[in-house]
Design a protein around this ligand. Structure first.
Ligand code: BDR
Ligand code: CA
Length: 306
């Protein structure tokens, strides 16, 4: 698999989970502007890999802005750095010289097996990859996306951040013809890491456990202020976890289209429950998650690092 991310507190947990699991082989990580600018999301990915002792994983920087829209970062959720709240080590290595689309293309081309893409930020890199390398699309096993909302959004009332940020890219990816899974807010808002569970990470007695505990305390501030929750949704790690434990997320095939025309509903993922458009499903959409199992998976994953 290849992670395409914008770390991001929950992206950092997605990275840790993917690297911890023996079922998954992380070929590389590509970064995109989203939660913070590209320089910060790339640096954050490299700092997380340094923390986890996995600087062998290549990181390539991708798009610094959406395909069409101006950039809008999520510092109100993740802080100015994109990963505020913890004392992460400085990056021990830099990104590779290749850009994200080139690294994606090379890794997919060289892999003996079909590759699963896990985008957990705006879909700019994946759309560019799909458009510039259509010959490689048959080698993509699945695209497991954290993004969208069936009902209420989180950046606007209509839209979830990753899809809102680059709706044109999201529309391209959802219709690229490969199997697509969407993990929307209905699932991730049920994937809450409760503040009461943070001591489980500290009890690991490791630097990684302490850093993730601090990150989760920071991430909880926004969710307490906005929603009154006593914990944080670990959105992005769900897109990885569903690959580790089949059935962890309940999923239903639907036709889903992205609103790219409207101002008010920009980036809305329109889920056609009853096939009113007369089109076949293009996406499997998550509707529920086994929260306890998911949190145990995360704690166990963090426990695998020093
Ligand atoms: C998504 O937006 C980002 O802030 C998170 O990292 C996640 O990918 C949730 O809407
Ligand atoms: Ca993200």
């Amino acid at each position: 698999m290849i992670l395409d991310c914008d770390p991001g507190h929950d992206d950092a947990l997605a990275i840790a989970l993917a690297l911890a699991r023996p079922e998954l082989h992380v070929l590389g990580i590509t970064t995109v502007a989203g939660n913070a600018g590209l320089e910060n999301t790339t640096r954050n990915a490299l700092r997380v890999l340094t923390l986890l002792g996995r600087t062998d994983v290549p990181v390539a920087a991708g798009a610094g802005r959406p395909l069409v829209r101006p950039i809008r970062v999520a510092s109100h959720v993740h802080g100015v750095s994109g990963l505020d709240g913890a004392d992460l080590p400085e990056a021990a290595v830099g990104p590779v010289a290749e850009g994200a689309v080139d690294l994606l293309a090379r890794l997919v081309r060289e892999s003996p097996d079909p590759v699963t893409l896990v985008p957990t930020g705006p879909l700019t890199n994946i759309a560019l990859f799909a458009r510039t390398h259509p010959e490689l699309l048959p080698r993509i096993a699945e695209i497991s996306i954290m993004g969208g909302a069936i009902g209420e959004g989180n950046l606007t009332a209509s839209a979830e951040f990753n899809i809102w940020a680059d709706p044109e890219a999201a529309a391209i990816v959802l219709d690229c013809g490969r199997p697509v899974a969407l993990v929307p807010l209905e699932v991730t808002h049920a994937a809450l890491f409760r503040n009461a569970d943070i001591p489980r990470l500290e009890a690991l007695g490791t630097q990684t456990g302490r850093v993730f505990a601090d990150l989760l305390r920071f991430f909880a501030i926004f969710h307490r202020e906005r929603y009154g929750w006593d914990g944080s949704p670990i959105h992005d790690a769900v897109a990885v976890a569903r690959l580790v434990v089949p059935g962890l997320v309940t999923e239903v095939p639907y036709r889903v289209d992205v609103e790219t025309e409207s101002g008010l509903t920009r980036g809305r993922t329109v889920v056609d429950f009853h096939g009113l458009r007369g089109l076949p499903p293009n996406v499997v959409v998550g509707t529920a998650i086994d929260r306890g199992r998911f949190i145990d998976l995360l704690v166990e994953a963090i426990g695998r690092f020093a």
